[in-house]
Design a protein around this ligand. Structure first.
Ligand SMILES: [Zn+2]
Length: 439
């Protein structure tokens, strides 16, 4: 039976709705009739582009569907999305469906993770796969995300997100969640969940603050763990339904592309390797700025205060340190040059910090001092003088050690790499025995 991939994007607005809600609903309903070939995907794309939807998320679903049903399935999803998407002037939902192989879309997805894809390019691309792959596509602005979400299949390295939804008629910005329950879950499953709590500020990060139907979302490395958590929480809160997505979150995927400094462009997410040009400048407000250089040029780098730990580490950098910095490229303004806003720092090699000292007097052991410009050294105690100025060089130890440094969880954006991933080795494949529950 043919493999069919369906993707949705751009259904939400500041007025409400959430693309993950529609993806979950479609998956739960279609899976009653068709077999899943994978969990549904929640796909995040380049977080550094302007004019994106909130969170820049698209979803894709993966089924075995008989060829004669494919068209009907597409129109079912399209109608549901049109009916339920937020009715907002700027919301332009897109639905895309492809049968079989998606090789071209895989390249499209990889580009969308870290680069800027113009809508005009996505429209042309859609025309091409309509012809060549018998794809069914509707919509406009959401096309970039929908096509990328199709190209994310098969997602080999992944994390998961468990989402609880509330009825869509409830639109209050606050969620009235039992915060102690979330803290308890995070403590219990600490090594297998991530970015759910900002421990520095003792604040939960699982709940949005808008009118959308998401009640809470718990991110984790293991599908089995999220299933356990779903069962544990579901008896303690009131909700409409829950759903587990496979996602590309928390892996730092947008920062894998190395760029030479002369090749970086505004709004790209990049990784740059270079040497620190001078001591970091700490601005009023705590932001840290420095410049790094490679053989093609030099680039301003900002470590903003709200990156927390990363900002504090950046203060310890020194001229000559060899580092790798990843983040988003901010275009130049009238007062600032083109700048890399750092999300991740790898210190590869620190340069030794040198201190020059005067030698001691060979006659009496007292410390020598300068006898004046070009006059050599003198001893204040015994009067010894010498013209041979050989200063002693002392290497001072550096506090900063080579290694990977990332921002504090409060600065976390969906694709940002999480420290717990570095600890967690599992990344288990899902068994797909249960994907959610509609009440
Ligand atoms: Zn002396």
């Amino acid at each position: 039976m043919p493999k069919v991939h369906i993707a949705i994007d751009d259904t939400d607005s500041p007025l409400g709705m959430c693309t993950t809600f529609l993806g979950a609903l479609v998956t739960l309903r279609l899976s009653r009739k068709y077999d899943l070939i994978d969990l549904s995907y929640l796909i995040r794309l380049n977080p550094n582009i302007p004019f994106k939807t909130r969170g820049n998320a698209a979803v894709s679903m993966h089924f075995e569907i008989p060829e004669e049903d494919v068209e009907e399935v597409f129109y079912y999803v399209k109608n549901l999305v049109e009916k339920m998407a937020s009715k907002h002037g700027k919301t332009q939902p897109a639905v895309a469906l492809i049968i079989g192989e998606n090789y071209k879309l895989q390249t499209f997805y990889k580009k969308a993770l870290s680069d800027v894809i113009p809508l005009s390019y996505a429209l042309k691309f859609a025309q091409k796969i309509r012809k060549e792959n018998k794809a069914l596509i509707s919509g406009k602005r959401g096309l970039v995300g929908a096509l990328a979400a199709l190209g994310a299949y098969p997602l080999k390295t992944c994390t998961y997100e468990l989402l609880f939804y509330r009825p869509i008629i409830i639109r209050t910005p606050s969620r009235k969640l039992d915060e102690q329950l979330i803290f308890a879950i995070d403590r219990k499953y600490r090594s297998q969940v991530f970015a759910n709590i900002d421990y520095e500020k003792s604040r939960i990060l699982v709940a949005p603050h808008g009118p959308d139907p998401v009640l809470l979302g718990i991110r984790g490395f293991s599908y089995e763990t999220l299933l356990k958590i779903a069962e544990e929480i579901s008896s303690k809160i009131s909700y409409s339904f829950w759903f587990i997505y496979k996602t590309n979150q928390g892996l730092g995927l947008h920062t894998f592309i190395y760029k030479k400094i002369n090749m970086v462009r505004p709004y790209q997410s990049v990784r740059v390797l270079g040497k620190v040009e001078q001591k970091p400048i700490i601005m009023k407000g705590g932001h840290v700025f420095l410049r790094i250089a490679d053989e093609t040029g030099s680039l301003a780098v900002a470590f903003f205060k709200d990156t927390g730990f990363l900002n504090r580490v950046a203060r310890l950098l020194s001229e000559g340190d060899l580092i790798e910095v990843a983040g988003g490229i901010q275009p130049p303004s009238s007062s600032t040059p083109i700048t890399l806003n750092a999300e991740l720092l790898r210190v590869i090699k620190t340069s030794p910090k040198l201190k020059y000292k005067y030698p001691t007097c060979p006659r009496c052991g007292h410390k020598l001092e300068s006898a004046g410009r070009n006059k050599g050294l003198k001893c204040r105690k015994c009067g010894f003088r010498t013209k041979e100025v050989a200063l002693l060089i002392e290497k001072k130890p550096r506090i900063l050690e080579p290694g990977l440094y990332i921002q504090s969880p409060r600065a976390y954006r969906h694709l940002s790499i999480t420290e717990r991933l570095i600890v967690y080795k599992g990344l288990l494949p899902p068994t797909c025995q249960k994907i959610g529950k509609e009440q």
